[in-house]
Ligand binder design. Structure first.
Ligand SMILES: [Zn+2]
Length: 274
């Protein structure tokens, strides 16, 4: 599943192809992906709109159009592909956006969990349903150990589960949560409220360092996920624990363990994280 660095990589690779372009025609092949409108209204609404910018909040892509803001989410396996000319409808293609200069933006999604929401301007982004209540990204003002402490002091759940809660840290998923806990030397089952302020300082630093590095490397390519346009991320070469069950820890040689926390596979080193 794409996490913040992978979605940011999608944004960066897609934006040059679409920014400043005008939409001529939209086709929705799977209407349930459009959550705010019926397919016909969505198609009509987007026609003749110019794409002014493509931004991102957490794992959401935000399309700034003339009269609308469109928010799309790739969920498990969604991806945007670019065709320079009209190509036949692909298997697993669910939305096609044709641009006036001939390019086609194809939304491809094998698992079909992806979503599109459309809101008429003017809007206040943070009040829109998909973005409401989201926590802070590590680069936001106010992201600090004190912020984490305020959010976590009442949480009895294991820190691994709390790190996946998008209302606290925005954009962390299963891969980076494991890596962040390794970096901070915290056992994934530790109850969130028991972590000291000093250790939270280390955690905040690790979140920032790891997500920044992952964005620089274009994200992580594992299993079936690859980003838009087939560009592979390189962060998988820098993983310390995630997917590395039974491999020797890169710091202490102890075999990496895999456990389940909240139904999610969790990888850690029992010597480095306690
Ligand atoms: Zn270790």
């Amino acid at each position: 599943m794409p996490e913040l660095p992978e979605v940011e990589t999608v944004r960066r690779s897609l934006e040059p192809f679409i920014k400043g372009e005008t939409i001529s025609h939209v086709q929705v092949f799977l209407p349930r992906m459009i959550r705010t409108h019926d397919a016909e209204t969505f198609e009509r609404g987007l026609a003749q709109q110019t794409i002014r910018a493509l931004s991102r909040r957490g794992k959401h892509l935000i399309w700034d159009l003339d009269d609308w803001v469109m928010i799309s989410h790739l969920r498990m396996e969604g991806k945007f592909l670019i065709a320079e000319e009209n190509v036949p409808k692909m298997t697993h293609e669910h939305v096609r956006i044709q641009l006036t200069r001939g390019r086609h933006v194809i939304y491809h999604d094998v698992r079909t969990f992806g979503t599109f929401d459309l809101y008429q301007k003017p809007v206040t982004l943070k009040t829109l349903p998909p973005l409401k209540g989201l926590g802070l990204e590590p680069w936001d003002d106010g992201f600090s150990a004190a912020y984490l402490n305020a959010k976590m002091h009442a949480r009895q759940a294991p820190i691994k589960s709390v790190l996946l809660d998008q209302s606290i840290i925005l954009g962390l998923g299963n891969i980076y949560a494991d890596e962040v806990l390794f970096c901070a030397g915290i056992h994934p089952r530790t109850k969130a409220h028991k972590i000291s302020l000093k250790r939270l300082e280390r955690l905040a630093e690790c979140v920032k360092t790891i997500l920044t590095r992952a964005v620089e490397l274009g994200g992580t390519t594992i299993r079936t996920y690859e980003n838009t346009l087939g560009i592979d991320g390189l962060f998988q070469n820098e993983l310390y624990v995630h997917t590395l069950e039974n491999e020797p820890c890169r710091i202490c040689q102890t075999p990496i363990r895999r456990i389940k926390i909240g139904g999610r596979s969790t990888y850690y080193c029992k010597s480095c994280q306690h």
